[in-house]
Design a protein around this ligand. Structure first.
Ligand code: SF4
Length: 446
């Protein structure tokens, strides 16, 4: 039975929703009579351009038919699910039609393995060729490289796309052997190495010849499934660090495993995806990329898992209280970045602002420092926050306590015409008084 384009689109956008190399809404909510709008968990995703702009992408598979049988994947050949495949022209025309209607600004294209990796790669090349050369589409394209495809085909694909990615899939080779018997570590790392080498080469070419064709100018990323295998957070973080160093990846995406198979090798159906773990990995990933941390500083063999109560930066700081407090008026940039509550932007602002005059706690707040966390780890011109005495246990308690609930937050939606109640007095209370509250609750003596 031949499917309509809309039926294909429904199947192939739904099948693409497990790919985490960008952010989909993840929410399904039908339209209800009397209400306005609905939400669909698939179809569109968002990505960030180099200038920080958020762009919406049509996220779709070329086909969900696959000759491979990766046990964690809804598209595996042994799964009884409706199958569909676009033709290159169908998909190119659909992309252009959506673009013209202003629904999307680009395309995120992945695929199951149809017939062979080379054949699938050729289909993706043809789709991108039509888009770029026939329809002159200048929008953003992120395409998945097909592991096992010929190097020359991967190179052709990279010359048509903005970003490429090869999914590393699982954190360990043993996991790959058990759950993805058709894939090998080398079939994944080889295209990753090839893309990384071509990107570096292309940068050199572009420096010499301004009009040299660009190869994946937005770089390369990958995705790893979390929670399908027993690998520890430490193993995952070490691998992530290695991938950044060796392949100069732009991003490693983590995807909490959503059970889609009753294989005894996987967590049983109904197991909740490990979302907090995924969140902690993203926090740690941020520390690796922007804060100068190494994986071994964040986790080690003695504590190979993230703390569910504390983010990795706070955890590290509490374990290294001997390094604190540091003085914000003298500490070097790298050390400022280690303070919980001081981010990259606020650290840069501190460096600039302190050239003019000494910084106070009030001034730090204006620079964007989150004093609620930072106060335990810093001094301003040698002085701690007034009334604060710090112990390791007390800081742990203060940082893990839930924030006091906003008394205005009654859980009720205000009407557009309601007058909001006057702010309660504690909101205008000087920070120092609030701190004494926190300190006494957190076990500090003022
Ligand atoms: S190759 Fe890709 S699409 Fe095919 S079963 Fe494995 S993960 Fe799924």
């Amino acid at each position: 039975m031949s499917l309509s384009t809309l039926e294909k689109l429904t199947i192939l956008t739904d099948a693409a929703k497990y790919d985490a190399a960008c952010t989909s809404s993840g929410v399904d909510r039908p339209n209800v009579p009397g209400q306005l709008g609905n939400a669909v968990s698939y179809g569109l995703c968002h990505s960030f351009a180099a200038d920080g702009r958020c762009i919406s992408l049509l996220k779709v598979l070329f086909t969900n038919s696959c000759i491979y049988n990766c046990k964690y994947c809804v598209n595996r050949c042994s799964n009884d699910t409706p199958r569909a495949a676009f033709t290159p022209r169908e998909l190119a025309e659909l992309t252009i039609a959506f673009y013209r209607r202003n629904y999307i600004e680009g395309l995120f294209l992945s695929s199951g393995i149809l017939r062979s990796p080379d054949y699938t790669c050729e289909q993706l090349i043809e789709t991108l060729r039509l888009l770029r050369q026939e329809y002159h589409f200048g929008g953003y394209i992120h395409v998945k490289a097909i592991p096992g495809a010929d190097s020359a085909l991967i190179t052709r694909l990279g010359l048509l796309a903005d970003r490429m990615s090869v999914n590393i899939e699982l954190p360990s080779e043993s996991g790959l052997q058990k759950l993805a018997p058709n894939k090998t570590k080398s079939s994944i790392l080889k295209p990753m190495g090839l893309i990384s080498g071509r990107i570096a080469e292309n940068k050199r070419d572009l420096a010499l010849y301004k009009h040299a064709p660009a190869f994946a100018p937005a770089g390369q990323s990958t995705q790893m499934i979390i929670g399908a295998t027993p690998d520890s957070d430490l193993q995952i973080l070490r691998l992530t660090e290695g991938l950044y160093k060796k392949y100069k990846l732009k991003r490693v995406f983590f995807s909490a495993y959503v059970p889609v198979s009753d294989s005894a090798l996987l967590p049983p159906m109904g197991t909740k995806p490990p979302l907090l773990r995924e969140h902690r990995l993203y926090q740690a990933d941020w520390l690796l990329r922007f804060y100068g941390f190494s994986a071994s500083e964040i986790l080690d063999d003695a504590s190979p898992s993230f703390d569910p109560l504390l983010d990795p930066k706070c955890c590290w700081a509490i374990r290294h209280m001997e390094l604190f407090p540091i003085d914000v008026n003298r500490a070097e940039y790298a050390l400022l970045l280690r303070v919980p509550g001081i981010g990259v932007k606020s650290a840069k602002r501190i460096i600039t602002a302190r050239r003019e005059s000494s910084l106070s706690f009030e001034g730090l707040k204006r620079l964007g420092v989150v004093l609620k966390r930072a106060q335990y780890f810093i001094t301003c011109s040698g002085k701690m926050m007034p009334g604060l005495r710090v112990t390791q246990e007390g800081v742990f308690r203060a940082l893990t306590e839930p924030s006091p609930r906003d008394p205005l937050d009654t859980g009720e939606q205000l009407s557009f015409f309601d007058t909001p109640p006057a702010r309660l007095s504690w909101e205008n209370t000087p920070t120092t008084s609030l701190l004494s509250d926190t300190v006494s609750k957190g076990g500090f003596s003022a």
